[in-house]
Design a protein around this ligand. Structure first.
Ligand SMILES: [Zn+2]
Ligand SMILES: [Zn+2]
Length: 133
């Protein structure tokens, strides 16, 4: 996944004692590859991030906790993570993408290639015959 252009971000950072709480909603254009036809396309991902930042000097914080040790806080990592988590497991260029022809590899969205994709594999047919007998 690659992010295209700018990420729109809306949110706030609040102080909870020593801990900073980031609450943000973001929207980003991402480049995806369709799981069916393997074409690259641009999709939009929306994600919500709620993340705590602990002072670097804090004790008893989890290993993967985000920390800050100055007045500047880098929120790129949690935002990136949030976007990654919001990504669908299988991206489709459109809900009804027809995918590629398993016989010749043609993109079926561009029209039917004319291959016979419904004939049973001859080996399978032989197996069927075998079971019947
Ligand atoms: Zn597709
Ligand atoms: Zn084909």
């Amino acid at each position: 996944m690659a992010i295209e252009g700018t990420v729109h971000l809306e949110g706030s950072m609040s102080n909870v004692g020593d801990v900073l709480l980031l609450q943000a909603k973001m929207q980003a254009k991402v480049q995806r590859t369709c799981g069916r036809c393997l074409k690259d396309f641009t999709g939009v991902t929306e994600a919500e991030v709620v993340e705590k930042f602990y002072p670097a000097s804090a004790e008893h914080i989890e290993n993967d906790a985000f920390v800050y040790d100055s007045d500047v806080i880098d929120i790129t990592a949690p935002l990136r993570e949030g976007l990654l988590l919001a990504e669908p497991m299988q991206a489709l260029c459109k809900p009804d993408c027809r995918g590629l022809c398993p016989v010749c590899g043609a993109d079926l969205n561009d029209g039917d290639c004319g291959c016979d994709r419904f004939t049973v594999d001859p080996r399978l047919a032989a197996l069927k015959q075998f079971i019947k007998n």
